[in-house]
Design a protein around this ligand. Structure first.
Ligand code: G3H
Ligand code: 13P
Ligand code: ZN
Length: 308
């Protein structure tokens, strides 16, 4: 077992038309739940750490916990920085042992995003670490937006081609209608697959990434709401749409919200059913099991079981 790079993982995923799950990790129970599911399903995996996770748990703890999980389960994994916002955080992660980093310059104008991404790619590549970048805005788009509005928000295929050539990035997160969190769509869920197809055609063989790809499954939301939660109208990306994207050059699918829903529902259930319980193992254990179950379900839709 080892920390591995995304390079070979993505080559195989692209060729065989499946995607690798990238799961956000914040604590021991999430790491154990995800890695146990991955080991049982013999799937490849990316464990990703956001700036918020680094602040909450500290990079050193997460690194040691992931090492322990790899020892216990025998799996390989990619340790990835999610949404790195500047050169410094990307450098700290490359220097600290991460095997992949994301520089998210999507909030900057095109040329600034290129300059920042190029700088990170040059540094990371000098240490053998691949770089994910982002182009386009991951905002929820209302049902009735005009084509012009969509063009301003979603990834422009021609720009994507130019961006990849000029930055040297190794994978690209694209905006085609997904967004972060549990409230992704006001009306019917819709992704711009035509745009994805165009991007794929202009960047043949190049791995694309889908952020904001949680499905907010109704059963998980229901458990939260049935046991005292208040998450009305949650709506994610239907699982079949995720499967469709994996056939169109998407090699990495980011999941955080569904882990949060699974964990929260399990804890709420214990608290509601056993108000006298105050042993953390009695609610964090079920939370860990719920994480494991939801990851197994994701693996099915990503098509990556047995691909490790
Ligand atoms: O893309 C965002 C991820 O869900 C991480 O969220 O920044 O709250 O850790 P976070
Ligand atoms: P979700 O909020 O849909 O889980 O997306 C997570 C993500 O994109 C992390 O970078
Ligand atoms: Zn994201």
């Amino acid at each position: 077992m080892a920390f591995v790079s995304t390079k070979k993982l993505f080559e195989k995923a692209y060729r065989e038309q499946y995607a690798v799950g990238a799961f956000n990790i914040n604590d021991m129970e999430i790491i154990q739940g995800v890695t146990e599911a991955i080991a049982e399903e013999k799937a490849p995996v990316i464990l990703q750490v956001s700036a918020g996770a680094r602040k909450y748990a500290r990079q050193e703890y997460l690194l040691h916990l992931v090492r322990a999980a790899m020892e216990c389960t025998g799996i390989d994994c990619v340790l990835h920085l999610d949404h790195g916002e500047d050169f410094e955080i990307c450098k700290a992660c490359v220097d600290g042992g991460f095997t992949s980093v994301m520089i998210d310059g999507s909030k900057y104008p095109f040329e600034e995003n290129i300059a920042l991404t190029k700088k990170v790619a040059e540094y990371a590549h000098s240490k053998g670490v691949p770089v994910e970048a982002e182009l386009g805005k991951l905002a929820g788009v209302e049902d009735n937006v005009s084509v012009a509005d969509k063009d301003a928000i979603y990834t422009d295929p021609a720009q994507a081609e130019e961006f990849v050539k000029r930055t040297g990035c190794d994978s690209l997160a694209v905006a085609i209608g997904t967004s972060h969190g549990a409230y992704k769509f006001k009306g019917e869920p819709k992704l711009d697959f035509e745009r994805l197809e165009k991007i794929k055609k202009l960047l043949p063989g190049f791995p694309l990434v889908l952020h904001g790809a949680s499905s907010a499954p109704a059963d998980l939301v229901k458990v939260c709401n049935d046991y005292g939660g208040n998450i009305p109208g949650a709506r994610g990306v239907p699982e079949e749409m995720i499967s469709q994207a994996t056939k169109m050059g998407v090699c990495k699918v980011n999941i955080d919200t569904d882990l949060r829903l699974a964990m929260t529902g399990a804890i709420r259930k214990v608290f509601a059913e056993s108000p006298g319980e105050f042993d953390p193992r009695k609610y964090l254990g079920p939370a860990r099991d719920a994480i494991k179950q939801v990851v197994k379900r994701k693996i099915k839709f990503l098509g990556c079981a047995g691909k490790a």
